[in-house]
Design a protein around this ligand. Sequence first.
Ligand code: NDP
Ligand code: OXD
Length: 306
Amino acid sequence: MEILISAGNWPPQPWVEGLSKSDLVDKVHVWPTEQNLEQVQVLLVWKPLPKGVVDKLPNLRFISSMGAGVEHLLGDPQIPLDLPVARIVDDRLKGDMTNFVMMGVVMHQRDMLQVLSNQKMSKWERHHYPKLKVGILGLGQLGSHLGKALVNAGFEVSGYSRSQKQIEGIDAFHGDQLAEFLSDLDVLVNLLPVTEHTVGFLNYNLFSQLKQGCYLINVARGAHLNEADLIKALEEQLLSGALLDVFKEEPLPSNHPFWSHPKITITPHIASVTTPSSAMKLVLENCRRLQSGEPFLHLVDLSRGY
Ligand code: NDP
Ligand code: OXD
């Protein structure tokens, strides 16, 4: 089987080396290439999907995102809608996301930015820290893993999803229960996928339904956040601060007002980065399934958009 990798700004080499070791794989191509791609059956993509690539693959049978998100594929008219499209779901990705958000929650709970700035002034200042209720938007693969870990760590946890959930220890809301979900949170974590229903979800109207002083952690996508509304909500103290890992434009332009905002902490889309050696196991399992005709794992539902 031949595979084409278009890894965007991620280094393709670990993928090439790992996939080439499998008996299932005859050849791994890396885009851009002048090689003949006629025999390629599997396309692995991280964003953006290059223009014209699909036209060069007459025998393409399966597409996989190299990350959890698929909006870069589903929104692209080049992707034939009848082809199966999968995404990465793996324990490493879940664990890394959980650790990152846990760090953000605890940093906020312990007022760590203040503690670090106190150190610069040799200032010894102790205070009590609050018990927090954390709400997670999106109780999917990442959100539910995070929720369980937060419960185990002693936080009060609630979550909101499209369909109804039952997860031990998590107060679960869905559908038209959004306002109820938002009303008593100390921290709101966004782990929604980008779809036509979730673009701009984090907006002034939503912020004004939160308990005053709630802290926002956005680790899903920049497209979820209305940036001007965030600044306004921070100025009006509807929100006490925000940890942002993802942005509409990445890298975040150096003149962007978020960089210097005293209540915003920025990380460069590192909440959970696909680990090739781990994610490759799923890709190879799906290659095996392509050969055997068994159903693929972690396919995207094109009608839902995630
Ligand atoms: P999943 O598809 O497993 O989960 C998505 C969740 O969102 C589901 O619970 C789903 O509800 C819910 N949802 C979808 N649409 C709506 C809606 N309109 N209203 C309410 N709830 C909705 O995704 P993952 O957990 O795997 O990943 C989530 C996102 O995290 C990715 O799409 C990606 O953008 C981002 N991500 C960011 C990373 C980073 O480094 N910053 C790394 C990896 C991922 P239901 O369960 O009912 O279907
Ligand atoms: C992903 C990401 O979607 O890294 O996997 O953002």
